[in-house]
Write a protein that binds this ligand. Structure first.
Ligand SMILES: NC(=O)c1ccc[n+]([C@@H]2O[C@H](COP(=O)([O-])OP(=O)(O)OC[C@H]3O[C@@H](n4cnc5c(N)ncnc54)[C@H](O)[C@@H]3O)[C@@H](O)[C@H]2O)c1
Length: 255
């Protein structure tokens, strides 16, 4: 799928990985609809210029996401919506049993699953339905969906039961979704980032961030959001990438 002159919906676009992806795709000549709960997405879209449009929406809401997808289809004009890069998500940390012997909060667990897993399904189903109506491009493609998992799907740490389960669910959906949507010529991929320098990471203490950076075999640092965006762009443009989850992590295996 070409990037230039195509329209992409980017969720979580007010911050971090989604924000960087929007910037890179606009620089490559795409139009983007920036979707986020946070109203700073409006200012970000304005900064990006006339190729960008903001749409405030909660990815867990059927109605709000339908509106975001409809806006992206309309923004795309004749070619409609060519792809979605779904980055919206939350991190959470909670032990099953805390140091005083109290069981973890069930609602906290369900909230993470709802945003990261159910939200991903919601974005994927609505974007896919819209893209099935596209006229295939010269290579027969109708669209591409890129979800964001995490290395925590494979090597979750203590306290990450909810986060790891939500991201493992995103990994688990990739192949069945890609298989199903292949008859519509829509590809489905997921990126599993290691540790990236974004506002989400600022939620963990400095010392822990330093330890994580030191645990990356090479390069010994946190990933830069544009490195995620580079991979998203490559996935969009390379039609052989389908039904796979790519770790983007400098070789880290979390302990
Ligand atoms: N930063 C990392 O190290 C890292 C590592 C692995 C995976 N990830 C994943 O990458 C994705 C992006 O993370 P980031 O680091 O850019 O985080 P971030 O906090 O910088 O950005 C996430 C964005 O998602 C938005 N969001 C949250 N819930 C939403 C909802 N219900 N509806 C709409 N928008 C919502 C937030 O407002 C925020 O702007 C997340 O799914 C995260 O789990 C990040």
């Amino acid at each position: 799928m070409q990037v230039k002159d195509r329209t992409f919906l980017i969720t979580g676009a007010a911050s971090g990985l989604g924000s960087a992806t929007a910037e890179r795709l606009v620089a490559a000549g795409a139009s983007v609809v920036l979707c986020d709960l946070n109203d700073s997405v409006n200012a970000h879209a304005e900064r990006l210029g006339k190729c960008a449009k903001a749409c405030m929406a909660d990815i867990t809401s059927a109605e709000q996401m339908q509106r975001a997808v409809d806006e992206a289809v309309a923004f795309g004009g004749e070619s409609g919506l060519s792809g979605v890069v779904h980055c919206a998500g939350v991190v959470s940390v909670a032990k099953l049993v805390d140091r005083d012997g109290n069981a973890a909060d069930l609602e906290g667990y369900a909230r993470t699953i709802k945003i990261n897993l159910v939200g991903t399904f919601n974005v994927m189903r609505l974007a896919a339905a819209a893209m099935t109506r596209n006229t295939p491009n010269e290579s027969g493609e109708r669209g591409v969906i890129i979800n964001t998992a995490s290395v925590a799907a494979f090597d979750g740490q203590i306290g990450q039961c909810a986060y790891s389960a939500s991201k493992a669910g995103v990994v688990g959906m990739s192949l069945p979704a890609a298989r199903e949507l292949s008859r519509h010529a829509i590809r489905v991929m997921a990126i599993a980032p290691g540790v990236f320098e974004t506002p989400m990471m600022s939620e963990i203490p400095d010392e822990a961030a330093k330890a994580l950076a030191a645990a990356v075999p090479f390069p010994k640092r946190l990933g830069k959001p544009d490195e995620f965006a580079q991979l998203a762009e490559q996935i969009i443009t390379n039609p052989m990438l389908n039904g796979e989850v790519i770790r983007l992590d400098g070789g880290i295996r979390m302990q």
